[in-house]
Design a protein around this ligand. Sequence first.
Ligand SMILES: CC(C)(COP(=O)(O)OP(=O)(O)OC[C@H]1O[C@@H](n2cnc3c(N)ncnc32)[C@H](O)[C@@H]1OP(=O)(O)O)[C@@H](O)C(=O)NCCC(=O)NCCS
Length: 151
Amino acid sequence: MKIREMQQGDIPAVVEIENQNFREPWTEAIFKEEMAQGTRTYYIAELEDRIIGYMGLIWILDEGHITNVAIDANHQGMGYGRELMTYVANLAFEKGLTSMTLEVRASNARAIHVYESLGFINEGTRPKYYEGREDAYIMWLYKEAWNERTV
Ligand SMILES: CC(C)(COP(=O)(O)OP(=O)(O)OC[C@H]1O[C@@H](n2cnc3c(N)ncnc32)[C@H](O)[C@@H]1OP(=O)(O)O)[C@@H](O)C(=O)NCCC(=O)NCCS
């Protein structure tokens, strides 16, 4: 799998994956706005020049906020999501972040499993955050834990 920074031309393929995976998918316009902001980086995962996933990171001082992460439906469960997040975590901690955080639906057992396997810890709940119904877990990954994991 190859990982690189997202370009404008990647947006239609990314939105296709977004549409497969989320109840309130981001549009092309939202991705354009996101990419125009200097504090955000989007990463693309490719297999043989085909986009199979992406992940976004907002850089806020020494904290990284993961905006979204998704793998194309035909390629889920094959290790690519963990590989993409591992790559971005290594890069982000090398570049000076000390922690990374994300929000996840309480029912999203697969995503939570992947995050916990990387060392993310559930540190809080936003009650009824999604559609006024479903809780969000707020998970954090710390650089020290990450370094201990990879040593
Ligand atoms: C979440 C997501 C990014 C993970 O990427 P992926 O490539 O599918 O995941 P991986 O193949 O790297 O790892 C899957 C792991 O979840 C486990 N898993 C699968 N289904 C599971 C379930 N229902 N409950 C718990 N664990 C589960 C697998 O066993 C595997 O773990 P293991 O390697 O320790 O055995 C991807 O599935 C996805 O895009 N999902 C839809 C969008 C989404 O939910 N994004 C996250 C929003 S916060």
